[in-house]
Design a protein around this ligand. Structure first.
Ligand SMILES: NC(=O)c1ccc[n+]([C@@H]2O[C@H](COP(=O)([O-])OP(=O)(O)OC[C@H]3O[C@@H](n4cnc5c(N)ncnc54)[C@H](OP(=O)(O)O)[C@@H]3O)[C@@H](O)[C@H]2O)c1
Length: 239
């Protein structure tokens, strides 16, 4: 049966690959992002039952408005985010530090909290929530701390949603240069270094994140909740 899926940041990168994966099942998919033109282009290119819901995920009123446009949601994918330090001015001083930390926490943590809260009453029993974390959660900094906080929040959320048989998990990607995350890309040496850290000797592809998200939202994953699934080619291993 067709499901309804909300993918934040669904116009580019992982979000777009996730939207495409669910649309291939015949699902109704809503994608958010701040740039309407990017969302419209994705809807046109991907085809299927995909709809644009422009909204800034860090703006409570905008998130509330977007959530109000949809009915029951079977799958919520909190993917919007990125390392906001890449676009911040290189300034020193406490105010600049405050701004940098606030931006990463808002983009990667608060945005997920807001959309989850806004859709809480609309999440179907037996549904799934998947958040996109990062291998950066193991590495510190304001971006890593925001992604680590996302994983911590997910633990409590699993208990909160358990009664309704809703699962909630984090997919934590490693190095995926094929999205807009790194802008124009990393210098060759850094690129090669990040690949050298993997066990598989390669970077990941957005489809591999879409596959992991799709699995966690599948009937085969109904006993998996409160977890972090690393999709990183072995660059960071759990045991
Ligand atoms: N690529 C990697 O190697 C990597 C590794 C680990 C984790 N991640 C995580 O994966 C997720 C997806 O990133 P990506 O690699 O696919 O990069 P991307 O192509 O830049 O995708 C990020 C998406 O999030 C949206 N977004 C960002 N801030 C937003 C906001 N405030 N409100 C609404 N939408 C917002 C962007 O659209 P607009 O700009 O139009 O708003 C964009 O479509 C992010 O959470 C990122 O931290 C990526």
């Amino acid at each position: 049966m067709a499901r309804t899926v909300m993918v934040t940041g669904g116009g580019t990168g992982f979000g777009r690959a996730v939207a495409e994966r669910f649309a291939q099942d015949g699902d109704q998919v809503f994608i958010t992002g701040r740039r309407s033109a990017v969302l419209d282009e994705a809807c046109a290119a991907l085809g299927g039952d995909i709809h644009a819901l422009p909204c800034d995920g860090t703006d409570p009123a905008a998130v509330e408005h977007a959530a109000g446009q949809v009915g029951t949601v079977d799958v919520l994918v909190n993917n919007a985010g990125g390392n906001t330090d890449f676009a911040m001015p290189d300034e020193t001083g406490l105010k600049a530090t405050f701004d940098r930390w606030r931006a990463n926490l808002d983009a990667n943590l608060t945005s997920a909290v807001l959309m989850t809260e806004a859709l809480d009453g609309k999440l179907a029993s037996g549904g799934s929530v998947v958040h996109i974390g990062s291998i950066g959660a193991e590495q510190g900094g304001s971006y890593g701390a925001a992604k680590a906080a996302l994983a911590s929040w997910n633990v409590g959320l699993a208990k909160q949603f358990g009664e309704r048989r809703i699962t909630t998990n984090v997919v934590a990607p490693g190095y995926f240069p094929g999205t807009d995350f790194f802008g124009d890309g990393l210098p060759g040496k850094v690129h090669e270094h990040l690949i050298s850290l993997t066990a598989l000797g390669r970077h990941g592809e957005p489809d591999e994140i879409a596959g992991a998200v799709h699995f966690l939202a599948s009937p085969q994953a109904r006993f998996i909740t409160g977890q972090v699934l690393g999709v990183n080619g072995g660059a960071h291993a759990t045991r």
